[in-house]
Design a protein around this ligand. Structure first.
Ligand code: 5AD
Ligand code: SF4
Length: 435
C-alpha cells in the first residue's frame, strides 16, 4: 500500500468553517489523505478562509506568502484556498499568488475529490459555483471514529437578510436549510462516536425551515436522541426568534440556557441604515419575552461600532442598550468596509473615532462579563468535562451557560457531566469543586 498523503488544514473565522474543515478532511480522506498538524510535512495545504472583515481576508495573502517557501522546497505540494475569500475573490487569488493550485468556494466542497484528481494531473482547479446538489448529502457520511464530547453540526447555510455591512449573503449565498432527516441521522452518528453536546450551526440558524415547526421543531426532534445531553444553536437574528423557539428555552431540558442574539447597534437610525429590520424597542421586548421563558439565560451578542453615519448620540444609544440588556459575554468589532455591500458606498468614519468607541464599548462589555462571572460564585452548575486542565488532576469543561469551568477532578472522565460549585472567577474562566 502506498503511504497516505498528508493534509494540513488551517481554519479561520467562524464555527461553520470549523465544521466545514472537518467535512473537507473527511472528503479527502476518501482520496487517501490523512490530517497532519504540521504544514511542513503536508502534501496538501488547505486554507479555510474568512471574508467577514478586511483584516481576516488580508491574513490569507500574508499566510500564503509564508507557505511559498514550503512550495519551493517541495514542488509537489498542493496549496488550496477554500471558504469565503475563495468565494469572493475566485480567480483573483490565483492571479495574486500563482502558486495556489486550488480555489474552492463553500458550496463546492463535495467536489474536492474530483478537484484533487485534476491537481494530481498537474492541472489547477477552481470551483466557486452555487451548485443545485446539496454538498452535505454528496459528501460521504461521517466516519465512526471516536470523537470528543462536543461537536458542531451545520443545519442551515447562507442568509437572505442582507444587512448593509455584511458579505455573507454574497459569499455563502441564499438561505438553504438541510432536511431534518439528514441532520438527525448525523446527530445519531455523532452521539455513537461519543458526542454529548451538539451546537447547531447556521449563518441565520433560527430561520431554519427544514423541519415542521422550524428550528424549535428540529430541537424537539433532537431532544429524542438518546445519549445526546445538550443542544445549542448559533447564530440567530432577532426577527427569527419565533414563539416556539422562545418557549423551548423554558421547556426543553436539553436546550442550554445560552443565546447568542446579535443586535449590532442600539440606535434606531443606525439599525435602519444597517437594514436590520427591527427597532431597539422591539429588541427590548423580545429580550423580555426570552427572559420570561428562561430567567437565568445568559445572553451574548455582536456589536459593530463606527458604521457609516454613526454619531456620538447613536453610539451612546448602543451603550445605553447594553446597560439595559446586560450581556454575559459579547463580541464587538470596528466596522470594516466590504466591497460589494451597500454600506461600502457610504462615507466612512475616521478610524480614530471608531477605535475610541470600540474601546469604550469593550470596557462596558468587559465589566458586564466580569459581573456575570462573579455572580456565578457560590452557585452550582453542571459541567460537561472536555479535557484535562493545566494542573495535575484538574479537568476543564463548560457549564450550561458556556462558561469554561476548571475543577480538581481525579475521578471524572472526559464526557462526564458533573455538578460543580463555583468558588472563584478568573479572567476567562471559573474555578470550582465537584459536589
Ligand atoms: N464589519 C465589522 N463587523 C462585521 N460583522 C459582519 N460584517 C461586518 C463588517 N463589515 C460582524 C457582525 C456579525 C459578526 C459575525 O461579524 O457583528 O454579527
Ligand atoms: Fe450577515 Fe447575519 Fe445580517 Fe445575515 S443576518 S446579512 S449573516 S449579519
Amino acid at each position: 500500500m502506498s503511504e497516505p498523503k498528508k493534509l494540513f488544514i488551517k481554519t479561520y473565522g467562524c464555527q461553520m468553517n470549523v465544521y466545514d474543515s472537518e467535512r473537507m478532511a473527511e472528503a479527502l480522506g476518501g482520496k487517501g489523505y490523512v490530517e497532519t498538524k504540521s504544514a511542513e510535512d503536508a502534501d496538501m495545504i488547505l486554507m479555510n478562509t474568512c471574508h467577514i472583515r478586511e483584516k481576516a481576508a488580508e491574513k490569507v495573502y500574508s499566510e500564503l506568502g509564508r507557505f511559498k517557501g514550503l512550495k519551493e522546497k517541495n514542488p509537489d505540494l498542493k496549496i488550496g484556498v477554500a471558504g469565503c475569500v475563495a468565494q469572493a475573490e475566485g480567480e483573483e487569488i490565483m492571479r495574486r499568488q500563482p502558486m495556489v493550485d486550488l480555489v474552492v468556494g463553500p458550496q463546492s466542497y463535495h467536489r474536492l475529490p474530483a478537484m484533487d484528481d485534476a491537481l494530481q494531473k498537474g492541472e489547477k482547479a477552481l470551483d466557486t459555483d452555487f451548485p443545485e446538489d446539496d454538498k452535505f448529502e454528496t459528501l460521504k457520511s461521517r466516519p465512526k471514529a471516536k470523537r470528543g464530547p462536543t461537536a458542531f453540526l451545520t443545519v442551515q447555510e447562507g442568509c437572505d437578510k442582507f444587512c448593509a455591512f455584511c458579505v455573507v449573503p454574497y459569499t455563502r449565498g441564499a438561505e438553504v436549510s438541510r432536511p431534518s432527516e439528514r441532520i438527525i441521522r448525523e446527530a445519531n452518528e455523532l452521539v455513537e462516536a461519543g458526542v454529548k453536546e451538539i451546537t447547531l450551526l447556521g449563518q441565520n440558524v433560527n430561520a431554519y425551515h427544514g423541519h415542521e415547526g422550524g428550528l424549535a421543531g428540529l430541537i424537539w426532534a433532537l431532544d429524542k436522541v438518546d445519549g445526546l445531553e445538550r443542544i445549542r444553536f448559533t447564530t440567530s437574528h432577532p426577527n427569527d426568534m419565533d414563539d416556539a423557539l422562545i418557549e423551548a428555552h423554558g421547556t426543553c431540558d436539553k436546550l442550554m440556557p445560552y443565546l447568542h442574539l446579535p443586535v449590532q447597534s442600539g440606535s434606531d437610525r443606525i439599525l435602519k441604515a444597517m437594514n436590520r429590520k427591527h427597532t431597539r424597542d422591539e429588541y427590548f421586548k423580545l429580550i423580555d419575552r426570552i427572559r420570561s421563558a428562561r430567567p437565568d439565560l445568559l445572553l451574548s451578542g455582536d456589536f459593530i461600532v463606527g458604521f457609516p453615519g454613526e454619531t456620538e448620540a447613536d453610539f451612546e444609544d448602543t451603550l445605553d442598550l447594553i446597560r439595559t440588556v446586560h450581556y454575559g459575554q459579547a463580541y464587538s468589532f470596528k466596522y470594516s468596509t466590504r466591497p460589494g455591500t451597500p454600506a461600502a458606498e457610504k462615507t466612512q468614519l475616521p478610524d480614530d473615532v471608531a477605535s475610541d468607541r470600540l474601546q469604550r464599548l469593550q470596557t462596558l462589555l468587559g465589566d458586564q462579563q466580569r459581573a456575570t462571572q462573579e455572580s456565578m460564585v457560590g452557585k452550582t452548575v453542571k459541567v460537561l468535562f472536555e479535557k484535562a486542565g493545566r494542573e495535575a488532576g484538574q479537568m476543564i469543561g463548560k457549564s450550561e451557560y458556556l462558561h469554561a469551568v476548571f475543577a480538581p477532578a481525579t475521578d471524572v472522565a472526559i464526557g462526564d457531566v458533573r455538578s460543580v460549585r463555583i468558588t472563584k472567577s478568573e479572567r476567562n474562566s471559573l474555578g470550582g469543586e465537584l459536589i
